[in-house]
Structures are given as structure tokens and as C-alpha cells.
Write a protein that binds this ligand. Sequence first.
Ligand code: ADP
Ligand code: MG
Ligand code: MG
Length: 895
Amino acid sequence: MAETKWVYGFDEVADAEKHTGGDWDGVRALLGGKGANLGDMTRLGVPVPPGYTVTTEACLAYLAGGEEFPPGCWDQIETALGRVEKATGKRFGDPREPLLVSCRSGAKFSMPGMMDTVLNIGLNDEVAEGMVRLTGDERFVYDSYRRLVQMFGGVVLGQPDEAFEEVLERHRHEAGVAIDSELSADRLKAIVAEFRALAPGFPIDPRQQLRLATEAVFKSWNGKRAIDYRNAAGIAHDLGTAVNIQTMVFGNMGEGSATGVAMSRNATTGEAKIEGDYLINAQGEDVVAGIRATKPLEQLADDLPEMYDQFAAIAARLERHYREMQDMEFTVERGKLWILQTRAGKRTAQAAVRIAADLADEGLISREEAVMRVKPDQVDFFLHPQFSAESLRGAVKLAKGLNVSPGAAVGIAAFDADLAERWAKVDGKPTIMVRPETKPDDVHGMLAAEGILTSRGGRTSHAALVARQFGKPAVVGVAELEIDMAARTLTVAGRTITEGDWISIDGTSGAVYLGRLETVVPDISDPWLMKLLSWADELRTLRVRANADYPVDAERARRYGAEGIGLTRTEHMFFETERLPLVQKMIMTTDPAERAEALAGLLPYQRGDFEGLFRAMDGLPVIIRLIDPPLHEFLPSSHDLTKRLIDLKVEEARGAAVAGDIAEVEGLLARVEALHEANPMLGTRGVRLGIMIPELTRMQVRAVFEAACNVTRDGVKVHPEVMIPLVSHVNELKRQREVLEAEARQVMAEQGLEIEYLFGTMIEIPRAALTAEEIAQYAEFFSFGTNDLTQTTFGISRDDAESGFLMRYLSEGILAENPFATLDRNGVGKIMRLAVEGGRATRPNLEVGICGEHGGDPKSIALCHELGLDYVSCSPFRVPIARLAAAQAAVEMPR
Ligand code: ADP
Ligand code: MG
Ligand code: MG
């Protein structure tokens, strides 16, 4: 059996490829990302200092074998070193023509938690003297030597770096210089001696240096830093790290030498222009360490013009080769350019979008690849203000809550809606509305505020729903906030914020910050984003609709690319101030005539709302869901009523004539108590309500069809779809359909117009899904209400769970993901599959979509694609994200 190949020269990358069957990902796993690319660049003819890679397999064998090199490994290292000596014409450890090398770790995935690099291996007193004779540059030689001892001491021997830095600091002070490169040769020599005393374990034998450094890299794979990093980044623990041994090139050989890092494009904006930093007369990490002020790469064109041109050409070439923006390290040694590393560059969301679009336009990647390269979350960036990176650096984070509505917001804390509105509108001060929780009466303050912060409530709390509806950044359920409404203060993390003080909230992450952070506002109309999304539209098969209750939302949704409305919640319209009394009257009365009167009063409002939606969605389908919530939500709470009653009785005792008011409040209270349900989530709501009060259904249907006829006369194309919520039995639907069809026919006869419409239902109770064949006899479309479907499938009340046991389930791994954020594939997903199959068995052209919040979650969108849904519907602010996610699902799973 042939001996395992543990070591690959940079010029043997083709052998590594053969070993992994031509699979580049396999080469990266074997040689690490850094080693694979060093080999690849060598093959391309890019100037890379010669060297070799000890494989990740050798690392794993070393660790498994009780920290011993596996058989043959050290011999192969010696052989490889011999080949490097030959290639460079130098000899490792020989003072006459010394070869120095670096020892660099490199795992498959870049891991900042890993061991650092050791440069200048191969130096000792004797070799140093030899190098001085050769180069005539004592300063350079002892600078290199002190770096070796310092790095070896820190990295291999575990000496804290501070001790070394103190020595340097003292010498700089004594010599009266600001930077290390200005220290004289004599001083550097003295520093080396002091460093050696600090690192008594430093081996004089270059081979021993090499061996210990290599072993230290191997061992660092199991170091605490590395393990923590892998746990956090989700990187497997069984990959191992490779070690790269590479001929040293020197950027610290005087004014004709330099070292730097550069990106092939701007990593912030994505502009197709190389950018970077460099230092003249410096080595390795000096550039990133920030000890000396670096120069911008453009200046290299003046300092060393030929080097700049060569580098720019290589950057362009590497970008073409990898078909991706590159992050590179280079060194110039006395007029000769060397490339020391290249890898895909990290970038902002904005840059990611522009670079993907540009690379496709330049023909380097296909449009499909461009669409796959941008993460849906990166699109989200364009839709909301963000805190600038600089301001976050010094920010004081106070707490973290639920990130229910994305975007950054900054303002002065206002503890009630009226004040928030006054400060914002009258005084023109940005405000953050801070409340324990919000109620429908608070909406005016929420709208005026920049953002909303509450200490209670979950993802479906009033604050969360309203915030998402209007695209207001919001953080809710921050349990640590102690809001003292009497003192008008907020205490958190040992700090007290008084009303009027500045705070900043990040609805994207859920973080709350002290003071006034700076925000930056990106933009959906970014031309590269528009281009990328238009490519996504060509690829996707899922349609994207929006959930919108108001014409302004519908218009925004359309601007963002929505292809219709998947959910209009009609009850939101009932909560508005001037309508609520009519709604309450309708609920309070038991007299049919009075109820009819109240409903007749509501009709014009509803009709007006629908007309607005139809106009905004001209030519596109609009799903209108009939009233869903239990009636008590429209009445004051019994708690408030009881308090009011007590106040009135006190007033009466003092002689006030309030008998009439008392009777009214008593009446309300009696009705509220009669409507009280032990479990309203499973009580009289949805279709059940429509069956109990068919007049309500009739009024809503009349409003829909009168609105449709009115706008049709103005030339608007309407496609209404009427949707019944919370159906569990086919007979419920059958009954509602009769009521609805009769009313619709009557309106159309009155108006003398024929409106094409669909009648359908939400699927949000498992029984409806399980009997989808029957339900589809009466439904022309299904829409999964996955918020309720998840609640009813799990038997979990979301609001209670998210502020309670669900968090524990997630932290302890009982549930891997929050099923209210990402569809539960195995349970809820299975029920959805049954419903799709059952429904289409009865009605092959059944239209199926989803309108729960999952409709805006990329992973859930992929499942919807897989299940063969026709569309997803989500908040207008998620529409662009959904367009991209749907395209990615289509590319990954063609259908
Ligand atoms: P990291 O992964 O932390 O960037 P590297 O192995 O890339 O570590 O090395 C750290 C620094 O040392 C980089 O600036 C790199 O360019 C430089 N360096 C590494 N090897 C050599 C070498 N053989 N010659 C010159 N500089 C080197
Ligand atoms: Mg480093
Ligand atoms: Mg590097």
C-alpha cells in the first residue's frame, strides 16, 4: 500500500485535485482554504513564494495519535523543504544562504479563533549574522529576528504579548522614536537579547523551530478559542487545520519594500475599483495591527508605480479566475511583487448586491448565480435604516428583546402616545414610544414615533402587529425594562433613563442602546438591487403577494413588487376611532333592527376601504378575509369597565347625576361578561362568528361587491377573492357560501355588473387540512394561515409561549427552531402537504397560497415552493426578500 501523502508542495495542487477526484471543495478540505488557493495561484503563474502544505488529514492523525506525527509525515516535510530550498537556491538553517519560512495555519473555513502565524522561522544568532553579511542590512535582520522570537514566544510558547510590547515601548521611548521601523540596528539587537530572555524555550535549531510551530498549529485546532469559534459559527469539529510553510519575502527591506492587503472591489459599496491599505518598509501583520498609519492603495501608484500596475492586473486576473471579489495579501520585496493570500472578500449587504449584479453583467457569473449569491437578509438591509458601523462600535447595549419589526430608530423616550405625538409633530423631535404594552388607543403615538419599545408582549402583540404593518422599527417584550409610569423613568442594566432622554433601538436584532446612535438609510430603488430582483422574478415559479389592510400598504407592496394581496384583515378597519362606536353598538344590541342600523353605518366605511385597495391593486387579485377576531376585542375590558363603574358610583355618592352613565356602563359590563370565553383563541371567532351573525357577513360581502362595481365603472380591473377564516368543517363553508353568493348576486343585479370573483377559505385548523377533499368542493382557493395552523397543530398559544416556555425549549434544544418564525416542516408542513394534495384531488386548479407570517421567511418560502403552492403572501416590507427567496428555491429545486 502506498504511503499516505501528508504534504503537498504549492506546485502539486493538481495531485491534490486528483486525490479528491477533481473536487475543489475537497481540495479546500484537504489543504485548507489558504493552502488550496496558494497552490492554485502557483498553478496560474501568479508570483507566490514557494512552499508546501501539511494536510488537514495529517493534523487529524497527529491529534488522534497522541500528538505524534503520523508515520512518514516528518520525512515528507523534510523532502518538501528540500524542494523549496532547491527552488529558492537557499538553505534552511545555513548562515551562508539562509532560507527563512513562515508557518501559517489554514482550515477549510476561515477561522479567526485559530492560531496566529509565525514569520521568519529559521533565524538564530548565527543565521542572523550570515544574513547581515548577505544583505548588508543589520536593521532589517534584527527586526526580523525580534519578530520571530516575539511571535514564537506568543504563539508557540504561550508567553503573553504584553511583556514583549513593554520592551519595545521602553526602547522606543529611550530612542525617542514613534514607530518600530525607526529603531536602530543596535537597539533591535538589544531587543532580541531581551526577547530571548523572555522566551527561554525558544529553540536555536531552525528545524526544531519549524517542528514546534507546525505542532502548535495542529494543537490549536483543539484550543478553546477555536472550539468556541466553531460552535458559534456552526463549523464541524472534525475538519482539522492544514499548516502552510512558505518562503519568507520581506516587505521590511527598506523604502523599496512594502506590505499590504487589498480587495478587488470596494467592500462597502461594491464599486468595481480595487481598494486597500499598505505600509512601506513593514512586515506581515503591521498593516492590520494598526500600529502605524497605513496608506490607501491608490498611493502605491505614486510610491511604487510598477508594483501598483502589476498588482492591479493580478487582482483582476484572480477575480476572473475565482469569479468572485477577492481579498488579497501582498508584499513587495525590493521591487518584486509577491502574492501571499487570496480568498473571497467579506462585504456589506449593499456591496454583496452590487458585486453579484456587476459580475453577472461582466459575464463572469450567470444571472442565476448572481441571484444565489445574495442572502435574503441582505435584501432586508435596503428596506430599513441601520445603525452605522462606527456608531455601533462605541455603543452601550442596555438589553435585548424580541426583534418584531426591523430597522434602526433613534429618539427621545416618550412614555405615552399623546406626548410622543406632540413631541414628534409639534416640536419636531424624533421620539421612541416606550410603554409596558400598547393598545389600539396608542396608535397615533406609535405612528408619530420613530420606533416602539415595550417591556411586555410577544411577536403577535398589538405593538408588534402595528409596527410591522407600518414598517416602524420595534422591540417588544424586553422583560428587563422596569418602566415606572409615575416617575416617568425606565430602568435597565443599572441605568435610569428619564422621559426625554435619547435611546436607540434596533428592530432587526432586538437590541436597545443608550443614547443617540447614528443611522444610515439605504434604499430599495438601488439600481443593482432592482436589477437583481428582476432576475429573481424571471427564475421563480412562486408568486409573491402582500398582506395589506390599507391602500398605502397596498401601494407600497406594489412598488416592492407584490403581485396581489394575499390577505386583507377587515377587522382592522373596525378598530378606527370613528367606527368603533358603530361596531360596539352592533355587538351590544340584541335587537335586529338596531343591529341592521349599526351595520348600515359601517357599510360605507368598508366599501371605501375596499375601493382604495382595488384601485391600488388594479389588475391584480385581492383576497379579503371576512371578520376573524372574537367580539370582546372590540369592547372595553371588564377591568376598565369595573373601574369606571366604581368611579361613577363614588361620584353618585357625592351627589352627581350619573344614573344614566351607570346604567350604560352596567349594560356594557353585562355584555362583556356574557361574551367572556375561557379560551377565546378556540372560541367564537372566524367563520363561527359569521354563522352566529350572518348580517355581518352580508354587510362585508355587500361592501366588497359594491366597491368592486364602483371601481369597475372607473375602468379599474378587479379580481376579488373572498376568504372565510377558521373553517374546520365543510358545512361551515357551505353555509357561508350560500349567504355570500346570495348577497353577491343581489349586489351585482342592483349594480347591473358582473364581477368575476373567487370564494375560498383559510386552512388554519388541522381538521380542515385533513378533510381538504371535502372543503375543496366549496372552496376555489386555500390560503394557509400558518400562525393559527402552528398554534393548533402544536396546541401552543403563541403569545403565552414566546414569553414563556418556548424560549426555554429553544435554548435547551427541545425545538431546533421557533415554529412561529420558520415553518415546522415535519408537523405543520406535513399537514400542509395533505391539504394541497387533498384539495387538488377534488379541484385540480385550486389556487393555494400562504398568508401567515411564515410567508416572508426564506426557509419557509422554500418549503412552500417544494409543496407546490401558487404564491406566498407577506408584509409589504418582506416582498423583495420573498422574491429573492422564491427564486433561490426555484434554482435549488426546479419543478
Ligand atoms: P492570517 O490568517 O491571520 O491572515 P497569515 O498566515 O495570512 O495569517 O499571515 C499573517 C501575515 O503574515 C499576513 O500579512 C501575511 O501576508 C504575512 N505572511 C505570511 N507568510 C508570509 C511570508 N512567507 N512572507 C511574507 N509575509 C508573510
Ligand atoms: Mg492573524
Ligand atoms: Mg492572512
